[in-house]
Design a protein around this ligand. Structure first.
Ligand SMILES: [Zn+2]
Length: 408
């Protein structure tokens, strides 16, 4: 048990030598602990703002307790050795509990001692762990995860469910849950305030077809997450809302079942590393031409198989492209100016509408989906390092939308 209180330490040796005490009460913590090596030996540890290493007093050496003014939140503990008096000021109910527990330790009345209330020396002295790696089920800590964790790895354990106690780790920066069989991520996961790296590679996300992506929409994760590894799952699609991870630098979705990427991917301004190898992609959204990628791996897809397929262009009047509805015009402004929107500020249907925006080859937002065609682009002009299956021309097929006939 710990008591947060104010304490003045009086050295009786000083008073006999006529040295006056300072009379200053210091903000202190008094902890009652059980000695780990001995069955019935207890100690008091005193920490204060000026005594950070702590002083240990053995409970056996308590000579007297003065508790006449305990109802006013005052008590004094006198020790035989060292000849110290600890004058305590504290909230009176806490003080009473503490004195009661201390008395049980002195009398050895262990039946009334709730051992759980005693702080263990280990907890008091040990540095709080910040990193934990679990590759074996027996390695799970008995008392739950230390709240101080900044990096947690639980890998290769065939874990089916996302452990909800992870949600309590507010300091967590790196979470590696790779090589398990997780199918679902709870929405509350998006509230992790400091999470920057999430590794969910080689799990079973998407195995049931529908995935709950709501965690992506939470404010904390949107602003903090820098690395997301979803490689080796069974994803058939990525959500349109993925662009809301505005801090994301690295996105790995290789070795899934993706047939197309969301158009919104072009809105991920900070994305630099993208791996989409080993999927079933036949084209890329032309919004990707707006990204500033350092590295892209798109090998083992079907991006060059489109040679035989004719590009489709609906034969509508190109003048329709110049005349848009008011909603379209407003939406284009919102997307272009990067005005923030969310379901709590505008109706959900409008959020979907805005998330649906495509990007013209020129970079302008396009709401109209009627005018599109497939065009070949050389990706090497758009990313520093391109890993791809070589075809004759070194081109990749892009699904392109157009904001005006000039861009076609
Ligand atoms: Zn355009």
């Amino acid at each position: 048990m710990k008591l947060h209180c104010q304490i003045e330490v009086i050295n009786r040796l000083h008073s006999t030598l006529n040295i006056r005490s300072s009379g200053k009460y210091l903000k202190s913590t008094l902890a009652l602990i059980k000695e780990p090596k001995s069955e019935a030996e207890y100690s008091l540890l005193l920490f204060s703002t000026v005594n950070k290493t702590g002083t240990k007093y053995r409970v056996k050496s308590v000579k007297q307790m003065f508790i006449k003014f305990i109802n006013e939140g005052k008590a004094t503990i006198r020790f035989e050795e060292p000849p110290h008096d600890l004058c305590i000021k504290c909230e009176h109910i806490q003080l009473k509990c503490f004195v009661k527990l201390l008395r049980s330790c002195i009398t050895g009345d262990t039946k009334s001692i709730n051992l759980a209330k005693l702080s263990s020396v280990a907890v008091t002295h040990k540095e709080s762990p910040t990193k934990l790696v679990i590759r074996d089920r027996s390695a799970f800590p008995n008392k739950g995860f230390p709240r101080t964790l900044e990096s947690l790895t639980i890998s290769g354990l065939n874990l089916c469910n996302f452990r909800r106690d992870i949600l309590l780790l507010k300091q967590l920066v790196v979470l590696d849950l790779s090589n398990n069989v997780i199918e679902h991520i709870p929405p509350e996961f998006g509230n992790m305030p400091n999470l920057a790296e999430l590794n969910l590679a080689n799990n079973k996300l998407g195995v049931k077809g529908v995935i709950d992506w709501r965690w992506l929409l939470r404010l904390q994760v949107k602003n903090k997450l820098k690395l997301l590894d979803l490689g080796g799952n069974e994803l058939k699609y990525l959500p349109k809302s993925i662009w809301k991870l505005q801090s994301l630098v690295t996105l790995k979705v290789d070795n899934n079942l993706l047939e197309h990427l969301p158009n919104t991917i072009g809105r991920m301004n900070n994305l630099r590393y993208l791996t989409i190898a080993l999927n079933k992609l036949t084209s890329l959204p032309c919004s990707m031409l707006q990204l500033h990628l350092d590295y892209i791996d798109l090998s083992n897809n079907k991006l060059n198989d489109r040679d035989t397929e004719q590009s489709k262009m609906l034969k509508s009047n190109p003048w329709e492209m110049y005349v848009n509805s008011l909603v379209d015009i407003a939406a284009r402004v919102v997307v272009k100016q990067k005005i923030t929107y969310a379901p709590n500020t505008i109706p959900w249907t409008l959020v979907e509408y805005l998330d649906d925006a495509n990007s013209c080859v020129c970079g302008e937002p396009v709401m109209n989906k009627e005018h599109y065609s497939f065009k070949e682009y050389q990706l090497k002009y758009y990313a520093h390092v391109v890993v791809s299956d070589e075809n004759r021309k070194g081109t990749v097929s892009f699904l392109c939308y157009y904001c005006s006939p000039k861009c076609m």
